[in-house]
Design a protein around this ligand. Structure first.
Ligand code: EPZ
Length: 414
């Protein structure tokens, strides 16, 4: 990705469907007896891989105008091979879905950004609590159950993936499952709404306690993917640096409240008009401290984009990353561009500003780290070249056209 920096950005950018909702909604569709429809699906590579898995399971899928028409009438349970499961972390949602549907699932280890160990013991423990047996043979999970029986499950940590995965598995259990200390991210509400639209009885999605009635007669679900709160937040951050002004359309402001509060605190001015955010370049950004937390706290996925913004603040900021153990990899490349950041402990980064950034050849090492380098390239003097930019395209659909239509100068060369 080649970026010519320092172009003011104005006009409108439309937020696409949320990656982290869509990648859970597609595996959820296997629970339907026949047809489901998923609207507002983002155009990103993860979706293509999930469609390949669905077709491998003998689902019929039509993908038209950001909508998926899925027919799982002739679903066949098959082992999910490594070349597909390793493409993303979210392939693990087939565990809960196929366990519920067939009481058996075989799948190779999931992939995902290398931002930490990312174990899935909370998912596994949840399946075992419901009565499943989990074996790990080489790099494959084999999960089987004679019977799944609902019960109260307490999560050591409010894991987003485990909450969705155990909610899916609980659909195949007899009786009621209660998840205590559940994650509250909007993605969970999106999936629960889809299941309820298929006839499921679920209470408390979006809170710390979720009650799920087992149900083997789910069918005919229709759902719309929420707007992507992380994509929206990333463009709002870009607007705070280059907006003249930039209007971001299709935002659920409750989903980015923590970011908006923080931006107001550091002096960024924005206006909220219906489902849009209009933001202007902030000439005098104050330093601040940020601690990433589970929803509704400051989202870890916006930590790296926010770090780039803070390289322009008038003074020292501290960012504490509490969700992942390796989510500062973008700082090597940011410092190479002239930023002044230093990792002062396993989870703490210090950012000194303001610093002039200069275009350099850098590498995107993970999705949101890549986004932080894209933002750096937009504000840097000269030309920035980002290698491995595919990782950015995984989470930001049509990002080059969206930004160029607002005045950026970005191109992708093979
Ligand atoms: C989802 O990952 C998102 N990915 C992540 O977004 C996001 O950062 C994360 O939620 C937190 O919001 C998808 O939805 C596909 P977790 P997930 O389980 O479900 C540890 C992006 O950039 N943990 O809440 O994997 C885990 O290692 C991606 O879009 C365990 O230790 O997140 C991590 O440190 C990156 N054991 C922390 O909890 C478990 O069994 C949060 O993980 C499960 C998780």
């Amino acid at each position: 990705m080649i970026i010519n920096g320092k172009n003011p950005l104005s006009g409108e950018i439309k937020v696409s469907g949320a990656k982290n909702s869509a990648v859970a909604l597609i595996p959820t569709a296997v629970l339907a007896k026949t047809k489901t429809v998923i609207y507002n699906v983002p155009e990103i590579s993860d979706i293509e891989y999930l469609i390949q898995i669905m077709e491998m399971l003998n689902c019929k899928i039509e993908h038209k105008d950001e909508t998926l028409y899925i027919d799982s009438s002739n679903l066949i349970n098959k082992p999910i091979p490594e070349e597909l499961s390793v493409q993303m972390r979210a392939s693990y949602y087939y565990m809960g879905a196929l366990l519920a549907k067939f009481h058996r699932v075989e799948i190779s280890f999931p992939g995902g950004c290398n931002i930490g160990a990312r174990p899935i013991y909370i998912h596994i423990k949840g399946f075992e609590e419901l009565g499943a047996k989990v074996e790990i043979i080489k790099n494959r999970y084999i999960i089987t159950a004679e019977k799944l029986v609902g019960k109260k499950i307490y999560f050591d940590f409010p894991s987003v993936g485990a909450t969705i995965n155990v909610m899916l598995a609980a659909m195949g259990a007899e009786g009621t499952t209660v998840i205590e200390n559940a994650a509250m991210e909007p993605e969970i509400v999106n999936v629960a709404s889809f299941l309820m639209n298929m006839g499921a009885k679920i209470r408390g999605a979006g809170t710390k306690k979720i009650e799920i009635e087992g149900n083997n007669n789910l069918d005919n679900g229709i759902i719309e993917v929420f707007p992507d709160r992380i994509e929206a937040g990333t463009y709002v951050i870009i607007g705070a640096l280059l907006g003249s002004p930039l209007k971001i359309n299709g935002v659920i402001k409750e989903h980015i409240e923590a970011l908006l509060m923080k931006l107001k605190e550091i002096g960024v001015e924005y206006t909220l008009v219906k489902d849009s955010v209009i933001v202007n370049k902030c000439e005098n950004i104050k330093p601040t401290n940020i601690k990433t937390l589970v929803f509704p706290g400051f989202p870890t996925d916006l930590q790296q984009p926010m770090t780039t913004l803070l390289t322009q603040a008038q003074g020292k900021s501290i960012v504490e990353e509490t969700l992942y153990e390796n989510r500062f990899q973008n700082t090597y490349d940011l410092n190479n561009m002239g930023a002044l950041t230093s990792i002062i402990s396993m989870s703490k980064l210090e950012i000194d500003g303001p610093r002039v950034l200069k275009g350099k050849n850098v590498i995107a090492r993970d999705l949101r780290g890549g986004a932080s380098l894209l933002i750096a390239g937009l504000i840097a003097e000269g030309v920035t070249k980002i290698d491995n930019c595919e990782v950015i395209l995984r989470g930001y659909g049509d990002v080059v056209n969206k930004l160029n239509s607002a005045g950026a100068k970005i191109e992708i060369i093979e």
